[in-house]
Write a protein that binds this ligand. Sequence first.
Ligand code: UT7
Length: 320
Amino acid sequence: MRAATSLRHSRIVGLGEHRPAGTLTNDDISARGLDTSDEWIRTRTGIVSRHVAASDETVVSMGIDAAAKALAAAGLTGADVDLVILATCTMRNPIPGGAARIATGMGAAGVGAFDVNAACGGFCYALSIASDAIRAGSATRAVVVGSEKLTDWLDWTDRGTCILFGDGAAAAVVEVSDEPGIGPVAWGSDGDAYASVGVPEGDWAIRMDGPAVFRWATTQLAPVAHRACELAGVELADIRAFVPHQANNRIVDALARALKLPDHVVVARDIATTGNTSAASVPLAFASLVNTGEVSSGDLALLLAFGAGLTYAGQVVRIP
Ligand code: UT7
């Protein structure tokens, strides 16, 4: 065998978002007879409304749209891609995964394609796999998609879960680069706590020990952010944007406080109109910051995803 060529670099060159047209406000939810209120949900989570996919909008169709928009943002087409990775945990059927159909739908039929299920941590896991594949020479250009239809998995009588989640998809195009554009991933898991959030065996809807997940997220994840910076060789002061998983604004506040983020760091707050979209949450929040011009191309962003498993992953990336 020929020795591997020396490692190349990777970078993100385009982002795309798919936000379903259907929306559901907190008032809509309480109007359905659930014992909750707009005031409770806003105060405890920061969520005001969330997007809900139509019956013909699926993890795959939303992923195709997000991928097509990410390619368009990069001035590319599906023919330029040789790897597609889908991060999701809400496919209706476990087999087959959705990545191959997304590849075909975006005009990249035949390329390497597979799904990653690390729940809400999924996008940062998938991004690191794509980056490493490109760096090692296994791919030249990848599309990483986070797509979720969580409303298929919600019990609308369970007020501890149904108020939190929404549907959507976002995608990033990753390619070979002369300069480092995606730092090494800081990742990990806690399998002992697997039962704290997920769809229990024999059940059909997401169940959660909210306070337990809240405690974990607010006490255990700041070191992961520090580690991601350390691996990338940057200080928190070098970061322009912090893009944590959008699970709860109070978790985001606690993380920002624990990290003592400098004032110039823009913190993603996409949750207000999006809710928690699991593997789509970090790329949607990131794409929103980029597409609204809140951050500039070339700056650094710190991504941090976490959720069921428990799993977590984060990395520093250069903003496309
Ligand atoms: O992405 C997956 C990872 N998931 C997360 O990161 C979620 C982490 N957890 C959370 O965000 C929070 O724990 C929740 C938002 C889910 C809940 O907030 P909390 O402040 O931890 O509330 P709690 O579960 O401790 O409940 C406090 C009270 C309870 O009533 P009592 O026992 O004090 O009378 C709950 O029954 O609030 C009640 N409650 C609600 N009341 C109105 C729980 N959900 C609701 C609701 N509306 N939707």
